[in-house]
Design a protein around this ligand. Structure first.
Ligand SMILES: Nc1ncnc2c1ncn2[C@@H]1O[C@H](COP(=O)(O)OP(=O)(O)OP(=O)(O)O)[C@@H](O)[C@H]1O
Length: 238
């Protein structure tokens, strides 16, 4: 899949959050999305997930405009918010099964894949336990297991490194994300505040500042840009 963001702008009543955001992202790319608090990272991820609509501009998947009504295109992506909203009385296996059904992603051998993921994430013991009793990290791991099982072409995650997951969960996220991008040519876009982590886990670093998005190919490009500190520290203008 190739993804195009064409001049996306989005404003809320008091603030212009995104301004002519333009980018092209190819299959097999991990993008770390950086920006200060309130810069617009979640807003951009929500636009990509079709949970929010840009005021102007469009997002295209392989040339086709991505919007809420295009269920076929939406089935090619999944968004993990920083606090995943899961049906409270379901258990992890039911959560995963529901996602597989909604995304039409059931396939031979999926049971073993689910079992392996639950082992790696150390949530197998939570089978039969309703998610409303889970800790934040357990809830996030359950949603991550659903994402990795469905394995959409576009993975979108809001603050996975601040999700409450323990080191084993973070390591699983990195391994699964890496495999998805490198072995199956997925696109992975995640937001983070942690510049060092972003530099160590990305092919491109995208920085949102004052509504504008700048893409850096490498950590060196980011470090060389004299605007970087400004970009990472300053929130959008009202
Ligand atoms: N539904 C909304 N209504 C009004 N303002 C909103 C809404 N959603 C977001 N905003 C504003 O848009 C700006 C960008 O918010 P967003 O959540 O995208 O930032 P962020 O970069 O993800 O921040 P953080 O790092 O703190 O999570 C903020 O000023 C926020 O208050």
């Amino acid at each position: 899949m190739d993804l195009w963001l064409n001049c996306i702008s989005k404003r809320f009543p008091r603030i212009k959050v995104l301004e002519d955001v333009t980018a092209e992202i190819s299959a097999g790319t991990t993008v770390a999305l950086l920006g200060s608090n309130g810069a617009g990272k979640t807003t951009l991820l929500r636009c990509l997930a079709t949970l929010s609509s840009p005021d102007s501009g469009d997002i295209r998947m392989d040339g086709e405009i991505l919007k809420r009504g295009r269920i076929d295109l939406r089935q090619r992506l999944m968004f993990l918010p920083d606090f995943p909203d899961l049906f409270s009385h379901t258990d992890p296996l039911e959560v995963i099964a529901m996602h597989l059904k909604l995304w039409k992603a059931d396939r031979p051998g999926i049971e073993q894949r689910v079992a392996d993921l639950m082992d790696q994430l150390q949530i197998a013991s939570l089978c039969g336990v309703p998610v409303h009793t889970f800790s934040r990290g357990q809830r996030y791991k359950t949603a991550l297991a659903a994402l990795a099982t469905v394995d959409p072409e576009l993975w979108l995650l809001d603050e996975p490194f601040a999700s409450g997951m323990d080191p084993q969960g973070i390591a699983t996220f990195r391994q699964e994300g890496d495999d998805a991008v490198k072995k199956r040519a997925r696109i992975l876009i995640y937001s983070t505040q942690m510049v060092d982590l972003a530099c160590g886990f990305s092919d491109k670093i995208a920085v949102i500042s004052r509504g504008r998005l700048t893409m850096y190919d490498t950590e060196n490009d980011l470090q060389r840009d004299p605007r970087r500190l400004d970009a990472l520290l300053i929130a959008p203008r009202s």
